[in-house]
Design a protein around this ligand. Structure first.
Ligand code: PEP
Length: 273
């Protein structure tokens, strides 16, 4: 078993996945608006994931005590003849997090488990934190395969990750059927109870690979049609360390309400996180 180092305090993590929305100019205006209105809370970490092109300029504009930045993807080689790709090495210093294995990367861009595993390792090697997305499709769910899918995606995604590195990771449970993608505007979130089942399975796998303290240290968050109305339900689940909103993060009022829900939920988490 690979031993993990437990981070001292866990803050609720809210990661806004802006996907392929906002030009650099619009992203900058939106950040300005958020930054004027957001209250900073010690117990909430707010991360913005704009498109790759906007990262550099937002990095100069952002107040680091208010927001951290994330990339939505990266390539796993550090450098070389890989036209169109951006490496984790290039993102180092610009972002703290990189979203890896988002279902749109898996199913629209046909990323394999091997790609995802290599990307997780590249992000860790370059001293950032991967937000590894896992979750079942509607078909897999209908076939009762949810826990198997989570098992396989977690075990594969963590292959070769050391006990020390795993504590830096975030795993997002994002059931594919709940995500508002270009071809399915579901607006149908999972329930907090669905999340709790998935979260336990994820921590169980982490515990079997790295031990109990690693399974408590790793942050497990929920994504899939999160909005200002349902955020609280997920956040009040004992094992919920945060949220990954997509569509709702594009509306400043709604996004700020989600952030506030994370702050309000502080007292409810009994796990000492
Ligand atoms: C996502 O794709 O990460 C996501 C959660 O999207 P949405 O909130 O729009 O379903």
């Amino acid at each position: 078993m690979k031993t993990a180092t437990k981070p001292s305090v866990k803050r609720k993590l809210i990661v806004a996945n802006w996907k392929m929305h906002f030009t650099t100019h619009k992203a900058s205006l939106y950040l300005h608006k958020l930054s004027e209105k957001i209250a900073t809370h010690k117990d909430v970490e707010v991360v913005l994931a704009p498109n790759m092109l906007s990262l550099q300029s937002l990095g100069m504009q952002v107040k680091h005590r208010q927001f951290k930045l994330a990339a939505q993807n990266c390539y796993w080689r550090d450098e070389g003849a890989f036209t169109g790709e951006v490496s984790a090495t290039m993102l180092h210093g610009l972002v703290d997090y990189v979203i890896i294995g988002h279902s749109e990367r898996r199913y629209v861009f046909s990323e394999t488990e091997k790609d995802i595993r290599m990307k997780v390792q590249a992000v860790l090697r370059n001293k950032m934190s991967p937000v590894l997305c896992v979750g079942e499709t509607a078909h897999q769910r209908a076939d009762g395969e949810t826990l198997h899918v989570l098992h396989d995606q977690v075990v594969s995604g963590l292959a070769n990750v050391t006990g020390e590195e795993v504590a830096r990771m975030v795993i997002a449970y994002e059931p594919v059927w709940a995500i508002n993608s270009s071809n399915s505007k579901t607006h149908k979130a999972a329930t907090p109870e669905d999340f709790a089942v998935a979260e336990k399975e994820i921590r169980k796998q982490v515990a079997s690979l790295y031990g109990k303290s690693a399974s408590e240290a790793i942050r497990v968050i929920y994504g899939g049609s999160v909005n200002a109305d349902n955020a609280r339900g997920f956040l009040s689940q004992e094992g919920c360390d945060g949220l990954l909103p997509g569509t709702a993060s594009l509306n400043s009022e709604e996004f700020l309400k989600i952030v506030e829900s994370a702050h309000d939920n502080k007292g409810r988490d009994k796990a000492g996180k």
